[in-house]
Structure formats: structure tokens, C-alpha cells
Design a protein around this ligand. Structure first.
Ligand code: DER
Length: 227
């Protein structure tokens, strides 16, 4: 698949933005995995930085490359975070994230970073968020049925995220994910605020005004979209 090669190039371009001495947030998902491998190659060539991963999975991968992992205790602010996304809205560069289930940690890492760099292929670009994917919402398991009902009142068709074995998906933080299918969202900032106001909601996968730059892998090459 030539698109996978293009995505790898985009991931390498993002990894190339990391400089010696930086503190970097590492995203989750298949695109981030390519980016972490690219950082691993740069590490082997002598680049030195520290990183905070957004999932246990990314932590494992970074450790395997020998990359130094740190925590917010020593690094409450990051120079940069690099991650994938499930949808990128053209124009606003607002995002839907969380199909991989790590949205809460991803959002904390993004909010701690001075620059938030997103890597996607062009199939993820949409005119309206919600067009292609449901918005994942991480919720506490206590009272989740009530939380789900209130999310439904905002206009979503709500389903519980299941894992590969047919059990309930459990996040790294021990919570549940409700996938909320809204269809095309007219006002993502407003919807993000409405979701967040529901008790029991930990975070939604709507990432509003957080993106600094998007590197897009397309059939005609790489494009950079800057906020
Ligand atoms: O935000 C997420 O959870 C996404 O899944 C995102 O990181 C993209 O994953 P992908 O690179 O595997 O499409």
C-alpha cells in the first residue's frame, strides 16, 4: 500500500521536528507507532530527549528503543507532543481522537505541550467533525447508564466500547468509553463544552483549538496545515 509509505514519511517528518534536549509527548496508534520508530532511529544516531507516553503501549515501544521516559513530576510542561488523529477538520484543525482508547492521556499530554503536532493521511480530513467517526467519551463506570442517557440527550447514538474479546473495554485509567455517534457536528466547541458539563464524563475525544500543525500524507505528497 503506497499510502502506508506516505504515512511513514509524514511520521518521519514529525519525528524530525524533535531536537536535542526536548521533552516530548508520544502519541498512540499506528501512525504514532511509526513516529516512535523514527524517533528510535534518531535516538540510535545520538539524539537525546525525554518523553512522556500517552499509553502503556507507546511506553513499551519507546522503552524498547531505549528512549528515556519521564513523568509530569519532573516535566510538567512539554516542548512538543506528536500524535495521530481520527478526524481533522479542515480550517479549524479541531480533532476527533480516541478510536485507540487513549484519549484522556492523549489530551493531558497535548494540553501540557507548547506545540501539538498531528500526523494523518488525507482520508482523515473532513469538513465537519463527526462525519466519519463517533466521538469517544471516557466516563466513570459508576453511573455510566445515567451518563450515557445524558449524552443521548445531546443527540448522540451511544454505544459502549467493547474489547477484542467481547468484554467491556477498560482504559489505561480504569474507566469506560462511550462512543457517541452525532453525525456531522455543526459547532464542535459548543458540543465539547456540553459533553464536558455532564457529571461522570472524564474527557471527550473532541480536541478543540489544541492543534499547532498537521502533517498530511496525501497521494500527491506531504502537506502541512498550520493553525
Ligand atoms: O486518537 C486516537 O486514539 C487515534 O486512534 C489516533 O491516534 C490515530 O490512530 P491511527 O494512527 O492508528 O489511525
Amino acid at each position: 500500500d503506497p499510502m502506508i509509505e506516505l504515512k511513514r514519511m509524514a511520521a518521519e517528518e514529525a519525528a524530525a521536528m524533535v531536537q536535542d534536549g526536548m521533552a516530548v509527548g508520544l502519541g498512540s496508534g499506528s501512525t504514532s507507532a511509526m513516529m516512535i520508530d523514527a524517533l528510535g532511529r534518531r535516538w540510535a544516531e545520538g539524539l537525546r530527549f525525554v518523553a512522556i507516553p500517552t499509553s502503556e503501549h507507546s511506553a513499551e515501544q519507546a522503552r524498547a528503543h531505549g528512549i528515556t521516559l519521564v513523568t509530569f513530576a519532573t516535566h510538567p510542561q512539554l516542548d512538543m507532543a506528536i500524535d495521530g488523529a481520527d478526524e481533522v477538520e479542515r480550517g479549524s484543525l479541531n480533532l476527533v481522537k480516541g478510536l485507540g482508547g487513549a484519549l484522556f492521556r492523549e489530551k493531558i499530554v497535548a494540553s501540557a505541550a507548547k506545540r501539538f503536532i498531528i500526523v494523518v493521511d488525507e482520508s482523515k480530513l473532513v469538513d465537519h467533525l463527526g462525519s466519519r467517526v463517533a466521538v469517544p467519551v471516557e466516563v466513570t463506570s459508576f453511573g455510566w447508564e445515567s451518563t450515557a442517557r445524558q449524552l443521548g440527550e445531546l443527540g448522540a447514538r451511544v454505544s459502549q466500547r467493547m474489547d477484542r474479546n467481547g468484554g467491556l473495554f477498560v482504559t489505561d485509567g480504569g474507566n469506560m468509553i462511550l462512543d457517541c455517534a452525532f453525525g456531522p457536528i455543526a459547532d464542535p466547541p459548543q458540543l465539547a463544552a456540553d459533553i464536558r458539563a455532564i457529571v461522570g464524563v472524564i474527557e471527550s475525544g473532541l480536541f478543540i483549538r489544541r492543534t499547532s500543525e498537521v502533517i498530511v500524507a496525501g497521494r500527491s505528497g506531504l502537506t502541512r496545515l498550520v493553525a
